[in-house]
Design a protein around this ligand. Structure first.
Ligand code: KG4
Ligand code: ZN
Length: 338
């Protein structure tokens, strides 16, 4: 590990403004997150216009706080790299982080690197464990993405499968909305699922019979909607915990069964998960049951969006020879494999 190498990480792709200072590959010197959940909650989802305005308010105070915690008084001479999420994400949100990073990179004379948000999620695992070395399979499962990636080496990724429609986190958020549970839906459904009966409703497990490595969550969401409509017609109280548990059983079964398929196809039994849905207790439990897998799971705080993962991905990518120039522009649909 290069212990004098300090990376400033900046993340603003969606509704969290996050700033970190990382030494080398995994020594966290500062880790700050300003969440906008409360502001977006009344709308049942992220309002892009609000998100970018709030990033603008939060970002400089967070950088100041991170420097203060990391003991950085002269960023121009102490920082080795500025790593910023450049996509995928919301355009207005990404612009705030990217413009801030570019302005500081230019004025301090520090190298700049645009990082792919999904590669960032992947690197949450690298920060958490130095034992995780390629090749391995990574399930990236968040509010915007559900993908199984083969990590052949750092920077060399092969897409094994992805969702055809909704991301898993999106399905959690939509189901929570129709049950009146607020936003974001994942944590609350996960909590209620622990109290409910997963066998109460036989929701379909998406693509259960298919050998293909792919996901589809829109049908599952619609099945929950129909069930809720039927129950409401009969004027009975909604068994919310049972619905959550049954939905979670179907969603987790779909995720884990496709991981099983990916291990069969590749012969690789080393699994990492990342992204907001990787915080899910049901998913974690199912994965850890499979003793024949070597499973890597980041701590919950590093599953959801954060800037430590961005600094870690940036550090690694910079060591591989990558660098951006001041023409760096956000790419809202930047695919990890492009
Ligand atoms: O990675 P993330 O913070 O942002 C994106 O890049 O999308 O993921 C947010 C998503 C939301 O859809 C949220 O509902 C979901 O992760 N999530 C969870 C849990 N915690 C967050 N889903 C299931 N179970 C959880 N415990
Ligand atoms: Zn994310």
């Amino acid at each position: 590990m290069n212990s004098n190498f300090l990376t400033l990480g900046i993340e603003s792709s969606c509704d969290d403004t996050a700033v970190s200072v990382l030494e080398g590959q995994r020594n966290v010197k500062a880790d700050f997150i300003s969440s906008q959940i409360k502001e977006h909650a009344p709308f049942g989802g992220v309002v892009p216009e609000f998100a970018s305005r709030m990033h603008l308010e939060a970002i400089l105070p967070l950088i100041q706080a991170a420097f203060s915690q990391a003991g950085i008084s002269s960023p121009a001479s102490e920082l080795s790299l500025i790593a910023v999420t450049a996509g995928p994400g919301l355009m207005g949100s990404l612009m705030v982080g990217v413009m801030t990073a570019k302005a500081f990179a230019q004025s301090w004379g520090v190298p700049l690197l645009g990082v792919n948000h999904l590669e960032g999620h992947l690197f949450a695992n690298v920060v958490a464990s130095e034992d995780l070395l390629p090749p391995f399979i990574c399930l990236i499962v968040s509010g915007g993405h559900t993908e199984i990636i083969l990590v052949e080496d750092w920077g060399q990724y092969q897409l094994l499968g992805e969702t055809r429609d909704d991301a898993a986190g999106e399905a959690y958020d939509k189901v929570a909305k129709l049950l009146g549970l607020g936003y974001p839906g994942g944590p609350v459904i996960d909590r209620l699922a622990q109290q409910g009966n997963p066998e109460a409703f036989r929701f379909p497990v998406p693509l259960k019979g298919s050998n293909e490595i792919a996901f589809s969550f829109s049908g599952l969401k619609t099945a929950v909607l129909w069930t809720v409509n039927e129950l409401q017609k009969s004027k009975t109280d909604l068994p919310v915990a049972d619905i959550c548990a049954s939905f979670q059983r179907a969603a987790v079964t779909a995720l884990v069964s496709k991981l099983e398929r990916a291990t069969e196809v590749t012969g690789i039994q080393k699994i990492a998960i990342s992204g907001g849905v990787a915080a899910n207790k049901g998913l974690r439990k199912e994965l850890l049951k499979r003793k024949y897998w070597e499973v890597f799971i980041p701590p919950v705080i590093r599953c959801t969006d954060n800037a430590v993962m961005i600094a870690a991905a940036g550090y690694n990518s910079f060591q591989r020879g990558n660098i951006s120039d001041l023409s760096l522009a956000p790419n809202p649909s930047w695919h990890l494999l492009s």
